[in-house]
Design a protein around this ligand. Structure first.
Ligand SMILES: [Zn+2]
Length: 162
């Protein structure tokens, strides 16, 4: 048996536990439910996902950079950060949640990246990028750039944490 070294490594999809479908049910009357199955949105019914190099998925002292074509960019120093496994979020088939704790604070904050107009990078104090959300949620950079141009002259609002 020959193996194709160019075939990407695959892993079971966690969202559907490798089955490729997710069950749903809805109420159709008192005490009555209707059940069905839909293709899993995370793996599009394949039951498996390509193993991507997710980079580092957690760490301590770092800076988070949010690059947002619509809302503007911001950066935040953090003392702790972590990235959850990519999963569907609301109506979006694939999203990733990045959480962090700011210096001298205990409250967890987080951001969910799910669309083509936004991505996040986490860099060490030396400026080395250790996590790039585009490895988990692809960002169409043409779309990103056209949205950025569209909003460049009228920024919605800009939040800056320094
Ligand atoms: Zn799945």
């Amino acid at each position: 048996m020959t193996t194709n070294e160019h075939a990407p490594a695959m892993r079971p999809c966690r969202n559907c536990k490798g089955t490729g479908s997710v069950g749903w049910f809805r109420s159709v009357g008192p005490g009555k439910t209707e059940r069905g199955e839909n293709p899993c949105p995370a793996c599009e019914g394949r039951g498996e996902l390509v193993v991507r190099d997710r980079g580092q998925a957690e760490g301590t002292q770092a800076t988070i950079h949010s690059l947002d074509a619509v809302m503007g960019n911001w950066s935040q120093a953090v003392r702790k950060w972590w990235v959850d496994e990519p999963a569907p979020y609301a109506q979006h088939p694939l999203a990733v949640r990045l959480s962090w704790v700011e210096p001298r604070k205990r409250t967890r904050r987080s951001i969910v990246v799910y669309r083509d107009t936004k991505y996040v990078l986490v860099a060490t104090p030396d400026g080395v990028t250790v996590y790039d959300s585009r490895a988990d949620v692809p960002c169409d950079m043409d779309e990103f750039e056209s949205e950025r141009q569209r909003f460049a002259d009228r920024p919605a609002f800009r939040t800056t944490h320094l």
